[in-house]
Design a protein around this ligand. Sequence first.
Ligand code: KG4
Ligand code: ZN
Length: 355
Amino acid sequence: MNILGIETSCDENSVAIVQDGRKLLSNVVYSQVDLHKIYGGVVPEVAARSHIEVMIPTVQEALDVARLQWKDIDAIAVTNGPGLGGSLLIGVLTARTLALIKNKPLYTVHHAMGHIYANFIDWTQNEKMKMANDGWLEPRFPIVALIVSGGHSHLLLLRNHFDYEILGQTRDDAVGEAFDKVAKVIGLPYPGGPSIERTALQGNPRAIRLPKAKMANKYDFSFSGLKTAVLRTVQDICGVSYDFPSFKLAERLTDAQRADIAASFQHVALEILVDKTVMAYAEFGTASVIIAGGVAANMELRQKLSAALPIKISYAPMSLCTDNGAMIAALGYYKSQISTPVDPLFLEVDPSLQM
Ligand code: KG4
Ligand code: ZN
């Protein structure tokens, strides 16, 4: 069964075709990073406009790369939330229109759940990805899943497809958001995750002591205190008061200070993620542990978690960790096996869609 997946919830416009939730036939991603870089973060109106411009060419390219025609597509899956309203709207309207005019069943996908399904794609069948990565570990249920991105920090226990429990989630900022905001304060380019990871290589992870939040539910996360602690540290280092404009702080830091702050922040943020994931594995003794979402692209996270667990962890190649249509098509396949399609005439976006 060939599913065409459409993802437009934030700043990546992506369309992919996946066979039976497993075989990657194409995955076209138009990233808007360069558009948003100058503002230091995603500007929702700019994102929505860019989605409009590239949406139809992306759909066509996904078909061309897979060497398929519309008659070969069995269903369409689309992210209907959570995400930016204007961005979601472009993907959902496109999916609704295509479902109607091409007469295809339409399925909706929760963006964060979609991230998990990147791990179910057998990317070793793709020559390019195979060359760049070291083996695919197919997840087996039950699974502990850590979803970490710019919008989500969730720890889940999955007993089977669609049978899961949310063990914990963030009470304030997502961890990727903390990476992005810390990067901005110390003057590193957007997106913050990769630039912090790169800069941290030159720094001392124990140079600065930063706090970890204590949570009532041991599996919950909180990153806003950590983010503020970094801001206060930078203000102290620069010798300015708390009301000094934060956008002027970065120019007062030396490269060495910047690297130490990046390394110390990353060290604590990743330690929080690793400790909670290890705790969940110890409690539930699952067959697999998977990491998903943009932050799962972090090599240090992969290494630290691998070292702390007695089993190998599952993660997708970089291009399937950050937002992509393939994960949406993969989850769409499993949804098509258990549920009826939605009515394309009445599908709405839901920017705050709950799991
Ligand atoms: O999954 P994603 O593409 O979009 C959302 O669903 O939010 O994740 C984007 C987030 C950004 O916050 C970005 O800074 C972070 O993932 N990210 C990373 C890395 N690569 C991307 N964070 C840490 N280390 C990385 N290497
Ligand atoms: Zn995402």
